[in-house]
Ligand binder design. Structure first.
Ligand SMILES: [Ca+2]
Ligand SMILES: [Ca+2]
Length: 477
């Protein structure tokens, strides 16, 4: 109705309002006043793709995204396993405030959903369309609550097909390696990417928050065969940073976190530990390339859509992955390989920066609240908005990455150091300036006392009561 009026007869203020209205909703229907969000989360992907310290690994889509993004190379997860990590970035709260520390189905959803408004709920409350597909919470949320979060009925799908007879032992997905010759559509990651692409081709009257959660490269290591064909056996080496006897200077509670892949327990086909690891590493690479391919498809759909110039893209993994470093296979430790995750933020325009700030996945929620000008939740957000860093990539950042794995198990990561303290008070300290793979524990060196005193200030003073679960030191059959 307003546009029928002749603007030169309107008082100045009305002309201005008309201008703002037209500018906010241009002809293609995409509102420019509030940015859209595409949030992509992989599962158990470490930071090799971005660090380039395992050069055989092929991730062209992530490389391309990195070339357009702020790359936070010291980014931590708040907890080094699926459920509590996801709980932290969907609630914006540290596990030591919520009690969500461990992988336990009761953990988050009895506790966190009672205490917090989740990130998608905050978007919805602020007038966004919210959409999700794929691995989201790692457990089922009841339908009513999920409807409160997402406008679509989020397809999930699970880990997809895997070999009935894993290659050397047992029936667990942990031991399943299978180049898949069936159709790509056998994989939920592929079907969910297809749904994301369809969503991006549609016209949306409101700004959107879009979440695409991949199930890969988490085991089972089933991926279309062409991704296995990218790697020759002879190109696969032991992981960067692997050191014999690396655990010699690690306190007992740290060693207790090391999983059963460091023993011969599962190696029933006469293979040595390292031979098994090389097979697993090839499979990890194939599955990472498979995840990368799906990310590339969704990114291409975004970049070919009218939303490309008004969408912030966040890409991360929920936790890292050891792949053999410190004689440990999976995640679930407080060391660099499990804690530091690939983390990219792409703003419209796509400028690339390398950012040393020790950010955390709990920072995503307050970042999006500020960047998208959302009405914040009633509960306190523990993270810090990255918006000042997005405005100035050299902005100072004081807070270290704080990661916990159960009450009284914590790690503090600054740009230079990692300090770990276990429940019995035992400690580790690593100097990343000279020791990027955390080989030499300096905690007992007298001259390091002042450093430890400084870092210990960031160890949580109080740990909320755990909602349950236990450390995952066994890879279950
Ligand atoms: Ca995970
Ligand atoms: Ca060591």
């Amino acid at each position: 109705m307003i546009v029928k009026l002749k603007s030169n007869r309107l008082p100045g203020i009305l002309s201005l309002l008309l201008f703002i209205t037209l500018k906010a909703y241009p002809a293609n229907g995409v509102p420019s006043s509030r940015p859209n969000v595409l949030f992509i989360v992989t599962d158990d992907m470490n930071d090799w793709s971005l660090l380039k310290n395992y050069p055989v690994l092929k991730t062209p889509a992530i490389d391309k995204l990195a070339s357009q993004s702020y790359y936070f190379y010291n980014a931590s997860c708040a907890a080094p396993v699926c459920i509590p990590s996801r709980a932290s970035f969907f609630s914006g709260m540290y596990p030591y405030h919520t009690g969500a520390y461990l992988n336990n189905k009761q953990t988050w959803f009895k506790g966190i959903l009672q205490q917090t408004e989740t990130l998608p709920e905050t978007f919805k409350k602020s007038g966004y369309t919210t959409w999700a597909a794929g691995k989201t919470f790692h457990v089922e949320v009841n339908n009513d609550r999920e409807k409160q979060m997402f406008d679509n009925t989020a397809p999930k799908g699970g880990f997809g097909p895997y070999a009935a007879a894993p290659f050397w032992y047992g029936k667990s997905h942990w031991f399943s390696i299978k180049p898949w010759t069936g159709p790509d559509s056998d994989f939920p990651d592929v079907r969910n990417a297809d749904s994301a692409i369809t969503f991006l081709k549609q016209k949306h009257a409101k700004p959107f928050f879009m979440y695409y959660g991949l199930w890969r490269p988490h085991t089972p290591y089933t991926a279309p065969k062409r991704f296995y064909d990218l790697y020759k056996d002879e190109d696969i080496t032991l992981p960067p940073g692997y050191l014999e006897n690396d655990l010699d200077d690690v306190p007992q509670l740290g060693r207790d976190l090391v999983d059963s892949m460091s023993t011969n327990k599962y190696f029933k086909q006469g293979l040595t530990k390292k031979e098994v690891w090389l097979k697993m590493l090839k499979a990890y690479c194939a599955n990472t390339s498979f995840a990368d391919w799906n990310i590339g498809r969704v990114m291409a759909a975004l970049d070919n859509s009218p939303y490309a110039e008004n969408t912030i893209v966040i890409f991360c993994s929920d936790n890292g992955f050891h792949n053999g470093v410190k004689d440990h296979w999976v995640k679930a430790t407080l060391w660099e390989q499990a804690d530091v995750i690939p983390f990219l933020v792409r703003l419209p325009g796509g400028k690339a920066y390398r950012c040393p700030q020790t950010v955390s996945l709990v920072d995503i929620y307050p970042t999006l609240v500020e960047y998208c000008n959302l009405t914040p939740p009633d509960h306190k957000l523990d993270g810090i908005s990255l918006v000042p860093v997005l405005k100035n990539p050299k902005a100072k950042w004081e807070r270290p990455g704080v990661t916990v794995y159960g009450p009284d198990y914590s790690s503090v990561r600054t740009e230079r150091y990692r300090y770990i303290r276990y429940a019995d008070g035992s400690e580790e300290l690593y100097d990343h300036e000279s020791d990027p793979y955390e080989h030499t524990n300096l905690a007992r060196r007298a001259d390091m006392k002042p450093v430890i005193q400084q870092l210990a200030k960031y160890v949580p003073q109080k740990f909320a009561k755990s909602w349950g679960g236990r450390h995952e030191k066994e890879i279950k059959e």
